[in-house]
Ligand binder design. Sequence first.
Ligand code: 13P
Length: 335
Amino acid sequence: MSIDQLPEIAKAMVAQGKGIIAIDESNATIKKRFDTVGVENTEENRRAYREMLLTTPGLGEHISGAILYDETLRQKTKAGVPFTKIMMDNGILPGIKVDKGTVALAGFPGEVVTDGLDGLRERLNEYAGLGAKFAKWRAVININIEDGMPSDTCIEANAHALARYAALCQEAGIVPMVEPEVIMEGEHDIDDCFVVTEKVLRALFNALYQHNVMLEGTILKASMVIPGKDCPDQASVEDVADYTVQCLKSAVPAALPGIVFLSGGQSDDDATAHLNEMNKLENLPWPLSFSYGRAMQSAALKIWGQDIVNNVAKAQETVYARARDNGLAAMGEWK
Ligand code: 13P
């Protein structure tokens, strides 16, 4: 794929009423998820779980793409069909998580920077050959106002890494999804989250500009502007929608083809309600959709975990229902 085709892929990722399912948990993260339902973390169980998700009947009606982990991109169904083929046949674009997770930012206790730039050019070329159309890189920004977090250094280091990653993706003919996740853990209020999120987004788009990244072929994966989990003052659905859209409008160029949200530990209902409320607002410069991990999978994982052989169809009904509800929310039509 050449760079000229990136805008087309980016637009398809945020097509009307469609969003993304994030199933790119590393083997360490999926172990945590499997532990909650008592499933052993073996390669075969990971494969079977991802097959259940990706072969959900009708998934492509509401899902434009799925983010996979390295192992999953190479896996096949039990019948021997590559996952990437099943996906493309159902109109679902294969995506790949390419970052290597976070490490402590030296000199800044409590803050992290994302690893994975070494060898990334070669890995992206391989992923493109395996059928990946888009990629994901997640930066993590912690808020702790009392301790001066996030520091400017943390924001700059993460924005710089995201920009270098995005430029390498476009060189390889892959749409970069840039994800600066402002974490929900903490006591901070919604105003603190607004200030931090705006600063992070401004730094990110400045870095993308400095690195000659083509915005028309880039997708932002954003966190919502929301109070910390331990903040005594929780916000209404309307406030989360208003604050988030106002923050994005002030910091994200209109040339971007679309924005998708992570769920970040919100309940399934909250994640859907917040997205729906935002899409009820008028004059949005970009499509706003979803790229949920937990808020797409947790209900299905519970059902599948009870009987991984016989509960496949039942679990898939839940996956479909979550895709449909979030697809409706991406149009402001969820009730
Ligand atoms: P959650 O929706 O579970 O936050 O995961 C989305 C994701 O891909 C984070 O990188």
